[in-house]
Ligand binder design. Structure first.
Ligand code: CA
Length: 229
């Protein structure tokens, strides 16, 4: 599963450079040029990590950070702050903004991508590792194999990506639209009903005998993966 990184930066040249380099590193990247746009985009789809500039038009980076930390849905999103030398560095250094890490401009892309990998590894091990285990489910992203209670489960490519996404966020409820964006991509036109079809196939494949169904349907909200950890 490709980690989704939101870059919030008002300097066009730097935003373009970050976009290019992070895509090259294998991330899916979206850009926001001010704090307000960032908050709107985060509402639409929760990023796996946010690279957030400190000084931004409309809503500042610090304020964006504060608001995200104040809401249950966004409290745990990893944030790396970008700051120019001399911009209240002491406050950021103390990380009392709630950011997970910070980096002082100018910085090299090698430095930034190393920080991103480190933060993702620490906070979302599922994103950085080839293999994830949740309850009795194991997914191996290299060999593309899925096992439940040690028994191999055969999935189509879409069901595999769906399960991969669920396993990175166990217990969280996703709407059909959120699953479409995450699994099919936001630039593809697919009907919301398609999600039901693939969740149905995934569910059927996972439920070998009379085991407990790990996929929970939440009426008028969407789906979640529930596992005992
Ligand atoms: Ca700025």
């Amino acid at each position: 599963m490709t980690p989704y990184v939101l870059v919030v930066e008002d300097e066009d040249a730097l935003a373009t450079l970050l976009h290019y380099n992070l895509e090259k590193e294998g991330y899916r990247v979206s850009l926001a040029a001010d704090g307000e746009e960032a908050l709107t985009q985060i509402d639409e789809q929760l990023p796996d990590l946010i690279v957030l500039d400190w000084m931004l038009p409309k809503v500042s980076g610090i304020e964006v950070c504060r608001r995200l930390r104040g809401r249950a849905e966004t409290r745990n999103v990893p944030i790396i702050m970008l700051t120019a030398r001399g911009e209240e560095t002491d406050r950021i250094r103390g990380l009392d903004t709630g950011a997970d890490d910070y980096i002082v401009k100018p910085f090299s892309m090698v430095e930034l991508t190393a920080r991103i990998r480190a933060v993702l590894r620490r906070i979302r091990p599922g994103l950085a590792e080839d293999r994830t285990r949740q309850g009795d489910l194991t997914i191996d992203r290299v060999s593309h194999r899925v096992k439940r209670e040690g028994r191999e489960i055969h999935l189509g490519p879409t069901e595999f990506r769906l399960l991969d996404y669920f396993m990175q966020h166990p217990g969280r409820v996703f709407s059909r639209e959120q699953l479409l964006d995450a699994v099919w991509g936001s630039d593809v036109y697919v009907e919301a009903r398609t999600v039901d079809v693939h969740v149905g196939r995934l569910r059927k494949a996972l439920n070998l005998d009379t085991e407990i169904d790990p996929i929970r349907t939440v009426r008028s909200a969407g789906y979640a993966l529930d596992v005992d950890s």
